[in-house]
Design a protein around this ligand. Structure first.
Ligand code: VGL
Length: 193
């Protein structure tokens, strides 16, 4: 049987989500090394690579001072919104920007747009992608929402468990998020607990 057409989605590996950033996942930078290996594999297979980024306007209801739950982070065109400098994204990477609405948090990469103005879902359909491999930050927010949307879109999903990091506002949030992803039919690999 022919192998399913696959793609790699790297979610929000941005400076603000790494230690020293405005909304750091405590181990955010630890995803960089395994993701670079997954990038190499995707390149070797000729798979498209998507990298989503939180790309907020300076004023959004996502931020605490405007009624939301988070400190200011990943404001468009600022240093904190840059990808982690250690992440070796090839030039062919398709950047998916999300969170641009001042009204909505934009957790899921499926709410984002490519530079060509296509949604991630449309871009994946156009390339006939059937299987999405997902890593990045944060397990309990943007990774989770992206994975659940990918499943709703009918894609096979593998969560790259050695290349994700959570915020864990409440202890156990990331573990619960993984359970939700599994319950939605995502494969979590390598096996954690
Ligand atoms: C994220 C919290 C707030 C994420 C974004 O990228 O997972 N988490 N905004």
């Amino acid at each position: 049987m022919a192998e399913k057409r696959s793609a790699l989605l790297i979610v929000d590996v941005q400076k603000d989500f790494c230690p020293g950033g405005a909304l750091a996942a405590p181990e955010g930078d630890r995803v960089v090394r395994p993701l670079n290996r997954y990038i190499d594999q995707a390149v070797a297979h000729g798979w498209p690579i998507y990298a989503s980024r939180d790309w907020h306007p300076p004023v959004t209801r996502h931020f605490r001072q405007y009624g939301g739950e988070w400190p200011v982070h990943c404001v468009e065109h600022t240093a904190g919104a840059e990808f982690h400098p250690g992440l070796r994204l090839p030039p062919s990477t398709i950047v998916v920007s999300k969170g641009q609405s001042p009204e909505k948090p934009g957790y899921s990469a499926f709410e984002g747009y490519t530079p060509a103005g296509r949604t991630l879902g449309d871009d994946l359909r156009e390339r006939q992608i059937e299987h999405l491999y997902v890593g990045g930050i944060a397990t309990d927010y943007c990774v989770k929402h992206s994975v659940l949307d990918a499943r709703r879109a009918g894609l096979d999903v593998t969560v790259l468990a050695d290349a994700i990091a959570g915020v864990d506002v409440q202890p156990g949030d990331s573990a619960r998020a993984l359970e939700q992803m599994r319950a939605a039919g995502a494969e979590v690999k390598p096996q954690t607990s």
